[in-house]
Design a protein around this ligand. Structure first.
Ligand code: 7TS
Length: 415
């Protein structure tokens, strides 16, 4: 390959990215913080923190309902946040973006409204064995209400969802399929574009749980072809308490409202209420105004870093972590899908994951241990829990090495 290129690839400068996150320079138990719990929630860059403060210091007012200057400013900023999220996800229009509290509420919204309008006894909802509880329980509730049935695509020993197993379980009674883009428990990247095409071939709409994909991979909902896509801002370097549901306009038009209250109505009389246009039809009550604004800042910041560059950096961490951790005696990595995001779930012989987490914490290393809100995944592998390191755009190979050193210490302690 020629060394002289006209447009040199941008260098991924992890140190300058780290410098933008104030919390990363703190210590925990006297040790530098090594934050490897990014699938749980990510840390926040200075621009995100500052924008939140600016809103409350300079712009705070309720939106969509004031005639005064501040209210107009706040409305403009909030709707601007929606436009940014729409652009980030590749939606056709901001009206296809409903702000929610997060992925969980986005899925509950669809499960509730969809089941009310389209689900009957005997119908089926198809999910996979890899799902987070947030993409299981709302569908179970919908099934309980309607008499529909939950059908589950089994996963392989490597933690993959085979497309042919998915296809086999689509029946004339299947009304919707709900699949995760990336598994939080194992890191598997599902072939969602292929699964969506298979479902669409038999006219089944697809909801994608994108909580673990949006911070790590470039997302284009139009290219994927999904009908719904759910994300959480706090996993995307943005604030807690805000997320988004992307829904194709034709679907959002067809679904009844989720909650009733102010802002979601066009007109109210005791005889009859008519509803607001998209997306406000689904946003009852005073919104998380600061959240919507700051979510927009977070996605613009992510775009600036570059999702393809982030994916490449995190893949390097995944490869390094997989190699380094595999060399520790007694350590077993759970989930060995060919396509994986930077999540390493593992067990260590004779050590409960909780003890691993506690000992690593004393070293300043934050990981998550337990079922990761994905109990059926643990059951599938016949284990009660795993320890999980999940990487973000600011993690380094040195931090992977610190994790490995910490685990070797755990190994020695438990003999
Ligand atoms: N879906 C997936 C795939 C997730 O990983 C999570 C959260 C959710 C849905 C729910 O997101 P929320 O923002 O609405 O709570 N996952 C995790 C995790 O892996 N560790 O803690 C929370």
């Amino acid at each position: 390959m020629s060394t002289a290129t006209k447009t040199p690839a941008r260098v991924y400068d992890v140190e300058s990215l780290r410098a933008q996150f104030p919390i990363l320079s703190r210590t925990v138990h006297g040790k530098p913080l090594v934050y490897l719990d990014n699938a749980n929630t990510t840390q926040k860059p200075r621009v995100v923190i500052d924008r939140d403060r600016k809103y409350y210091e300079e712009e705070n007012a309720n939106i969509h309902r004031g005639t005064h200057w501040l209210s107009e400013k706040a409305t403009e900023a909030y709707e601007g946040g929606r436009a940014k999220v729409a652009r980030f996800l590749g939606a056709a229009s901001p009206k296809e973006i409903v702000f929610t509290r997060g992925t969980t509420e986005a899925i509950n919204l669809v499960a509730s409204s969809f089941s009310q309008a389209f689900l009957e006894a005997g119908d089926e909802i198809l999910i996979t064995g890899l799902e987070h509880h947030s993409n299981i329980v709302p569908w179970q509730l919908a099934c309980e209400r309607t008499g529909a049935k939950l059908v589950v695509v089994p996963i392989t020993d490597d933690g993959e969802v085979p497309a042919d197993e998915f296809e086999k379980r689509l029946t004339p009674r299947t009304k919707l399929a709900a699949v995760s883009h990336v598994s939080n428990a194992l890191g598997t990247i599902n072939p969602v574009k292929e699964l969506i095409a298979i479902a669409h071939a038999v006219n089944v709409p697809v909801l994608v749980d994108g909580a673990q994909a949006a911070p790590h991979l470039p997302i284009d909902v139009k290219d994927l072809g999904c009908d719904f896509y759910a994300v959480s801002a706090h996993k995307m370097y943005g604030p807690t308490g805000i997320g988004a549901l992307y829904g194709k306009a034709e679907w959002l038009e067809k679904l009844p409202p989720y909650q009733g209250g102010g802002d979601m109505i066009a007109s109210v009389t005791f005889e009859k209420t008519t509803y607001n246009e998209l997306p406000w039809k689904f946003e009852a009550g005073t919104a998380n105004i600061a959240g919507g604004i700051v979510f927009g800042v977070a996605v613009d910041w992510l775009t600036g870093v570059g999702l393809a560059a982030i994916a490449a950096h995190e893949h390097d961490l995944l490869v390094h972590a997989t190699r380094t951790l595999s060399a520790i005696p007694g350590l077993t990595i759970v989930g060995r899908a060919k396509e994986k995001a930077a999540v390493v779930s593992f067990t260590l012989d004779n050590v409960h994951p909780h003890d691993i987490g506690t000992i690593l914490d004393r070293e300043g290393i934050a990981i998550r241990t337990g079922q990761h809100c994905a109990q059926p995944v643990m059951d599938r592998f016949g284990i009660p829990a795993t320890a999980r390191a999940s990487f973000g755009l600011y993690n380094t190979r040195e931090e992977v090495d610190a994790l490995a050193a910490g685990l070797s210490k755990v190994s020695e302690m438990f003999g």
